[in-house]
Structure formats: C-alpha cells, structure tokens
Design a protein around this ligand. Structure first.
Ligand SMILES: [Cu+2]
Length: 240
C-alpha cells in the first residue's frame, strides 16, 4: 500500500515538474496622481497577456464544451469578479444569485449583448467570439459594472491585490506583451505594449509602474438614456 502511494506521488510530482514552458512574472505598482505626491493604490485587477508573434495560428484553446465554465456572478448588486479575462471563444455564464431581477448588457464596446430581465436563480450565457474589452452593466442597478477582456492567447493573468502577476507554462518564443487596467488612458496602455522573448528560463518583468487617471463612473442605460429612478411596485425593481 505504502509503495503504491509512493508511486502515485512520484508520478504526480513528475507530471508537475514536466509542465511545459516558463513562468513570466511581474509586479504592478499603481500610483494615483494628484494631491501631495502619489500614494499607493489598490494593485489588483491589472491584466497582462502574451500573444505569440511567430505562431499566430497556434492552438489556443480546448473546445468550449471541454473548457471549465467561466462565470461572472451577480451577487449583492455587484458582479464577481469585477475584471474577467477569457480566451477568445469562451462561453461565460452570468448567473443571477440575488433574490431579485437583473438585466445584464454590454452595448458600448467589445462584445455587444443584452440578456434582458432574468430572475433570481437563473443564468444566461454569452459567447465571447472576438478579441476586445467589453464593459458590462445592469440596466436596473447603475452601480453594477464589470469588464470582460477576451484575448487571442492562452497566456494571461490578472494581478492580485498586492500587484503580483504570474503567467505559467509559457512556451519559448516571442510574444507581444499587452497591459490593461481600468483607470488607464488608451494611449498609456498602447505605450506599454512591447515585445517579450521567453526561453526555457523563467522571465521576471520587474515592476510595472502604472499611472491612474480618474475615469468617469457614470454611464447610460441600455437605451442610451439616464437611469430611471426605481419603481417600487415592479417586481423587476424589487429590493432585497
Ligand atoms: Cu442589476
């Protein structure tokens, strides 16, 4: 029995140590401009992805049916997670785990869809079939927002609150590194795009310093108008 466990353990560790490719890591340090100098800000939700340069047609993804389900959950009148990165072709579920209706939509950039009103405990799917950044809102609750970034690669990661980013199992080759974070100007993000070469060794990209600007928090509803005040008698607008 002991021997069998030993064999299993060796096989499992062997499999992990044979994982293909290098680890690419970075740390982001986001500064908020203005006032008396800068102050450290929340460093999570910064996205890095590596798009292969030499083999753009490389197999990126298992078929949607076999890949794990990806979810953007509606709970407590917010989306969880706030920032979600998926490879192009992914099917994302939008389950409603609140005891009232939501109406999830994305109409301004990226993938455009309107899931309509759907009630507590139900879900809808969206197929992110093109690369791009989609800003997701709810037509009932203006305070709800999320971002889905569809990328043409399997090599991507999102920073944790301390700013650590780790992309694992990256095969050797040349890549275009791109960066996205919500409080950035488009030209800032473009200026951070650069080429990265990965060999067998792990790659430490060092500290990426990000400058945040204030982004407009308000947005229009799905009709392009201001949000209506809640109508208390409508079940769609029921509060918990
Ligand atoms: Cu809602």
């Amino acid at each position: 029995m002991y021997l069998r466990w030993l064999v299993v353990t060796v096989l499992v560790f062997g499999a992990f140590s044979c994982a293909q490719g290098a680890t690419v890591s970075a740390r982001v340090a986001r500064d908020e401009g203005g006032g008396n100098g800068t102050r450290a800000h929340e460093n999570g939700n910064v996205v890095l992805w590596l798009t292969p340069i030499d083999s753009p047609s490389m197999p990126m993804l298992p078929p949607a049916q076999t890949s794990p389900r990806t979810r953007l959950v509606q709970k407590n009148k917010s989306f969880e997670p706030h920032v979600l990165v998926v490879p192009v072709g992914s099917l994302v579920e939008f389950p409603n785990r609140d005891p009232f209706f939501h109406n999830v939509f994305s109409l301004f950039e990226g993938k455009r869809f309107d899931l309509g009103l759907y009630e507590a405990g139900t879900t809808r799917d969206v197929h992110f079939d093109k690369p791009g950044v989609s800003y997701i809102f709810c037509n009932i609750h203006p305070e709800m927002s999320a971002v889905v970034i569809a990328v043409e690669t399997a090599y991507y990661a999102t920073s944790d609150p301390r700013g650590e980013i780790t992309i694992r199992d990256v095969p050797a080759g040349r890549y275009t590194l791109r960066v996205w974070y919500e409080a950035a100007l488009a030209e800032t993000l473009n200026s951070m795009t650069r080429e990265v070469t990965v060999s067998e060794d792990n790659v430490a990209l060092g500290v990426l310093r990000l400058v945040s600007v204030k982004v407009a928090q308000s947005h229009k509803n799905k009709y392009g108008r201001e949000y209506d005040p809640p109508a208390p008698d409508s079940p769609a607008y029921q509060h918990p």
